[in-house]
Design a protein around this ligand. Structure first.
Ligand SMILES: Cc1cc2nc3c(=O)[nH]c(=O)nc-3n(C[C@H](O)[C@H](O)[C@H](O)COP(=O)(O)OP(=O)(O)OC[C@H]3O[C@@H](n4cnc5c(N)ncnc54)[C@H](O)[C@@H]3O)c2cc1C
Length: 413
C-alpha cells in the first residue's frame, strides 16, 4: 500500500513540502488541507497589492490545477479541528477525517490583537492573508486618516501602504525608535526620516490606550498612551503572531512559543513533523533552538521536512541563514541571520541613507542589518555559515567594501 502524507497548511512551508513529497515519493497519497479559500499565493507580495501597485494575478503562485496535475489532493476552506496521533487521524470541521502515515503541521500564525477597547472595531485591520490585503487596499484607498501600530517588519508594511495610498498616518511606537531590537538610534533615524518623507509621522514613546468608534462601530480615532487623540478612520495593527496550534491540544506535541522540532523538523510525537513560521527548531549554526518568520526559511523547512518524512530517517538537516528585505524606500534594507541575538555588536553609519550593524555571539557573526547598501550580504552570510570567530576584527568587517580575504580566520583543528 502507498504511504499517506497529510499536510496542514498551504502556505509556502506546506506547499513546498507537498511538492517535494511528490518528487521523492511518486506513488504516495498526498493531501494538503487549508482553511483559506485560495491556493498558495505570495504572502510577501500582498503588501504591494494593498498599496494598489500590483494586480491580483502575479500574487498567485499555484492555481488549483497545479495540485491536480501532481495528483495532490487540495482541500480548500477546510479547518482542522484536532489531530489524534494514536489513530493517525486529522479531523476537520466539516470535511471529515484524513488518515495519515506521516503528518506535517505547517499552520503558521494569526496576528495578535491589541488588548485594548475596540481593537476589533470595523476599520481596525490585521495583516496576514490575501483577504486581509483586499480589505486593506479597498479601505486605505477611500480614507484620509490612519494610525499604524507595531514597530516591526510587518508594521512598516502597513505604514508604507498608508503612504502609497496617501493616507495621512501616524505610526505609533512604544520605544524611542522603529525596530528597537534590531536597530540603534542612528539606524532607526534613517527609517524615521524616510517614513516622514512619505507622509507617515512616527509617534515615539507611545502606545495605544484605546480606539474610539462611531455609532456604527467603525473606528474614528486612536487615543495613545500619552492621552493624545489621533483621527484614524483606518487602523493597521501588527504587534506579533499567535501560532495556530489550538487543534494540537491533547496530542502531546511539545510547544515552547511554537512547535518544538529538531533539525530534521521532527516533533517529539512519532510521525508528526512541523515546518515554517510555527516551529521552534534546533538551529545547527547557533547550536540552540531558534525561531524565524521568513519566506525563505519556511520554504526550506518545508522541503527538509518532506525529505525526512519520505526517507523515514534523518536524511537531511535544516541549516539556513535567513534574510528579510524591505523595499519601501529609495534605499534598500535587509536583515539577515539573527540580528536581535548575541552578546556583542558593532555598527557604522556611512551616509544619511547608509548604515550597517553586525551582531555576534560567542565571537561568531550571527546576524546583521544593512541599510542603503546590501551588496555585502552574501559575504556576511557565508561567515555565519562557516561559524567563523571574527568578532575581534570589527574594523575589517565594517569596511564599506568588506573583503573576507582580509580576515584572519582561525582554522578548525
Ligand atoms: C504582509 C506580509 C509581508 C511579509 N513580508 C515578508 C518579506 O518581505 N520577507 C520574508 O521573508 N517574509 C515576509 N513575510 C513573512 C512570510 O510571509 C512568512 O514567514 C511565511 O509566509 C510563513 O509561511 P508558513 O507556510 O510557515 O505559514 P503561513 O504562510 O502563515 O501558512 C499557514 C497556513 O495554514 C493555514 N491554517 C492555519 N490554521 C489552520 C487550521 N487549523 N486548519 C487549516 N489550515 C490552517 C493558514 O490559514 C495559512 O494558510 C511577510 C508576511 C506578511 C503577512
Amino acid at each position: 500500500m502507498s504511504e499517506s502524507y497529510v499536510i496542514i497548511g498551504d502556505g509556502i512551508a506546506g506547499s513546498s513540502a507537498a511538492e517535494t513529497i511528490r518528487e521523492e515519493a511518486p506513488d504516495a497519497d498526498v493531501s494538503v488541507i487549508t482553511d483559506e479559500g485560495e491556493a498558495l499565493y505570495n504572502r510577501i507580495l500582498i503588501k504591494e497589492f494593498a498599496k494598489g501597485k500590483l494586480p491580483e494575478a502575479p500574487i498567485s503562485i499555484h492555481e488549483e490545477d497545479w495540485y491536480a496535475e501532481r495528483d495532490i489532493d487540495l482541500e480548500l476552506n477546510t479547518f482542522v479541528t484536532n489531530v489524534d496521533p494514536d489513530a493517525h487521524e486529522v479531523h476537520t470541521h466539516d470535511s471529515g477525517t484524513f488518515e495519515y502515515d506521516k503528518l506535517l503541521v505547517a499552520t503558521g500564525g494569526t496576528p495578535t490583537q491589541l488588548p485594548v477597547d475596540n481593537s476589533d472595531a470595523e476599520g481596525v485591520h490585521h495583516f496576514w492573508t490575501f483577504q486581509d490585503a483586499r480589505k486593506i487596499q479597498e479601505h486605505a484607498d477611500e480614507t484620509d486618516t490612519g494610525v499604524v501600530v507595531g514597530a516591526g517588519l510587518l508594521g512598516i508594511d502597513l505604514a508604507a501602504i498608508c503612504a502609497a495610498q496617501e493616507v495621512d498616518a501616524k505610526y505609533i511606537m512604544r520605544g524611542n525608535r522603529w525596530w528597537r531590537y534590531g536597530l540603534s538610534l542612528d539606524g532607526a533615524e534613517i527609517i524615521h526620516d524616510a517614513l516622514e518623507e512619505k507622509g507617515v509621522e512616527p509617534v515615539l514613546e507611545s502606545g495605544v490606550e484605546e480606539f474610539q468608534t462611531d455609532d456604527d462601530g467603525h473606528v474614528v480615532s486612536t487615543v495613545d498612551a500619552n492621552g493624545e487623540e489621533y483621527e484614524s478612520d483606518f487602523v493597521g495593527v501588527a504587534i506579533g503572531l499567535n501560532f495556530n496550534t489550538e487543534y494540537l491540544q491533547g496530542t502531546g506535541i511539545e510547544e515552547d512559543s511554537g512547535i518544538v522540532v529538531d533539525e530534521y523538523m521532527q516533533t517529539n510525537v512519532e510521525d508528526i513533523y512541523a515546518a515554517g513560521d510555527i516551529t521552534r527548531y534546533y538551529d545547527t549554526i547557533l547550536d540552540e533552538y531558534a525561531q524565524n518568520g521568513s519566506w525563505g526559511s519556511a520554504k526550506e523547512q518545508g522541503q527538509i521536512a518532506a525529505k525526512n518524512m519520505v526517507a523515514d530517517d534523518e536524511e537531511e538537516a535544516f541549516r539556513w541563514v535567513s534574510s528579510y528585505s524591505i523595499t519601501h524606500f529609495d534605499f534598500p534594507f535587509l536583515s539577515f541571520g539573527f540580528p536581535t541575538l548575541g552578546d556583542d555588536e558593532c555598527e557604522r553609519k556611512y551616509s544619511d541613507t547608509e548604515w550597517r550593524r553586525l551582531a555576534f555571539k560567542d565571537g561568531k557573526l550571527v546576524g546583521g542589518v544593512l541599510i542603503g547598501d546590501i551588496a555585502p550580504q552574501g559575504r556576511y552570510k557565508d561567515l555565519i555559515r562557516q561559524e567563523a570567530e571574527v568578532a575581534d576584527q570589527k574594523e575589517i568587517l565594517l569596511e564599506k567594501d568588506f573583503d573576507p580575504e582580509e580576515l584572519a580566520i582561525p582554522q578548525e583543528q
